[in-house]
Design a protein around this ligand. Structure first.
Ligand code: SF4
Length: 54
C-alpha cells in the first residue's frame, strides 16, 4: 500500500515522525498559498489525487 510517508507533501513531526502534516501548495487565479492538515505516515495515499512520489 502506498502511504503518505512516501509523498513529497508529507512533513513528519520532529518529535514523532509517525505523524505529521500534509502541506500542499494551492494556486488559484488570484493567489498561491499553502494549506496543511495533520496526517499519519501510514495513511492510505492510493485514493489521494495530490500524491507525489518522493
Ligand atoms: S494526504 Fe495526499 S498529498 Fe497529503 S501527504 Fe498524504 S498522499 Fe500526500
Amino acid at each position: 500500500m502506498t502511504t503518505c510517508n512516501e509523498c513529497t507533501n508529507f512533513f513528519p513531526l520532529e518529535d514523532d515522525p509517525s505523524t505529521g502534516d500534509c502541506v500542499q501548495r494551492v494556486v488559484d487565479p488570484r493567489q498561491a498559498y499553502y494549506k496543511s492538515k495533520p496526517v499519519d505516515d501510514e495513511t492510505d495515499a492510493s485514493k489521494c489525487d495530490q500524491f507525489q512520489k518522493k
